[in-house]
Design a binder for this molecule. Structure first.
Ligand SMILES: Cc1ncc(COP(=O)(O)O)c(C=O)c1O
Length: 186
């Protein structure tokens, strides 16, 4: 399937009863359980299904599946803001004592998150010049969990060589796709 088709159709099939093609907006917080066992199984993650819109929602799920398909990814998670996505992306893979590398060409809110907020939680950032990827490689050590870049640096508008960054990061065992996670949510 071409990416244009995926952008319109992935993750959703027309409603079998009404034949409506637009994705419904499910304005629900809660979901019904078949019985108490079903509820218990859902909360124990023994079966897949909707539990509570704070953690999943059928409308968001279409977006998540669609972006995943377009990106050729394993799974997606849609969040309410870019800053939340950036925070989740790093917190999911790094813990106190770890570090990650970020290109220095960054949106100001993300710079503050990386330079000031994460260090308070014990996660250190190492800023790298996107024009000097050899120097970036030298910053990676055994505690480096990710390399972060904006696919189009804000506000510089610079284009980072993502393929090369991925190559270097993967060769050193770090992950290199957090920017994709961030941008997909915006
Ligand atoms: C590159 C980039 N990342 C993150 C953000 C933060 O996004 P949000 O305002 O949705 O938290 C912005 C906002 O402009 C941005 O430009």
């Amino acid at each position: 399937m071409e990416i244009e088709t995926k952008a319109v159709h992935s993750g959703y099939s027309p409603d079998p009863t009404t034949k409506a093609v637009a994705v419904p907006i499910y304005q629900t917080t809660a979901y019904a359980f078949d019985d108490t066992q079903h509820g218990a199984d859902l909360f124990n993650l023994a079966v897949l299904g909707n539990i509570y819109s704070r953690i999943m929602n059928p409308t968001n799920d279409v977006l998540e599946q669609r972006i995943t398909d377009m990106e050729g990814g394993a799974a997606g998670l849609a969040l309410a803001s870019g800053q939340a996505a950036t925070t989740y992306a790093i917190q999911t893979i790094a813990e106190a004592g770890d570090n990650f590398i970020s290109m220095s060409t960054l949106y100001g809110g993300t710079y503050n998150l990386f330079a000031h907020t994460f260090p308070q939680m014990g996660i250190k950032v190492r800023f790298a010049d996107p024009e000097n990827l050899d120097a970036m490689a030298a910053l990676i050590d055994g505690k480096t969990k990710a390399v972060y870049c904006e696919s189009l640096g804000n506000p510089a508008g610079n284009v980072v060589d993502i393929a090369r960054v991925c190559e270097i990061a993967h060769a050193h065992g770090a992950r290199s796709n957090t920017a994709r996670i961030s941008w997909c949510t915006r």
